[in-house]
Design a protein around this ligand. Structure first.
Ligand SMILES: [Zn+2]
Length: 184
């Protein structure tokens, strides 16, 4: 399962609660995931959309006649209880299956714990870890699952791994090589 590599993946950021430096981190991470997947990401600007659960994939009044862009939100733990405790980010994508296939991702959501990132980014020693969390979440967005190897960035818990390693890169490269699905 992957995004259609023949069209750009659009994203928007809901800026509420964004920590200083946070949005730049998100843009850098999308650029990095683009480098390693070949997928193209296009920033469409800020949004005031705050949907999370059951987000409609088609919202023509807000986004026009297309799949909604990926929504990146800086969230409080009150707003998204799934970010409580040590969880600093969550991400996933929505699937469409046209008649005859293939199943394809058309949009997604990324939730980042505003307070946790505020703490990480306020400490020069925390910036690399913050970047690693965003990379991990964007890898989930494009379809990578967790792995059991603690040497990979897709290991489920925070570790000393701060960038994609060989296993991550192999998976990401494959996720950039999905089928083109022009009829979706
Ligand atoms: Zn994860």
């Amino acid at each position: 399962m992957a995004y259609d590599p023949c069209r750009p993946v659009h994203y928007v950021i809901r800026p509420d609660h964004a920590p200083p430096g946070g949005d730049a981190l998100v843009h850098e991470a999308f650029a990095r995931v683009s480098d390693v997947t070949g997928l193209q990401f296009v920033f469409d600007g800020a949004t005031d959309e705050s949907a999370w659960e059951d987000r409609p994939s088609f919202q023509p009044d807000r986004y026009g006649d297309r799949w909604v862009p990926v929504l990146v939100s800086w969230q409080t733990e009150a707003e998204n209880p799934e970010l409580a405790g040590r969880v600093a980010g969550l991400a996933g994508s929505a699937i469409v299956e046209p008649p005859g296939g293939p199943r394809v991702f058309v949009t997604g959501v990324v939730g980042l714990d505003a307070a946790a990132f505020g703490d990480m980014l306020a400490d020069p020693a925390g910036v690399a870890g913050a970047r690693a969390v965003v990379l991990h979440e964007l890898a989930h967005l494009v379809g990578l699952a967790h792995v059991a190897d603690p040497g990979q960035l897709m290991y489920p818990t925070t570790s000393t791994v701060l960038d994609f390693n060989a296993g991550d890169l192999t998976g990401l490269s494959q996720l950039g090589g999905g089928e083109c699905v022009p009829n979706v």
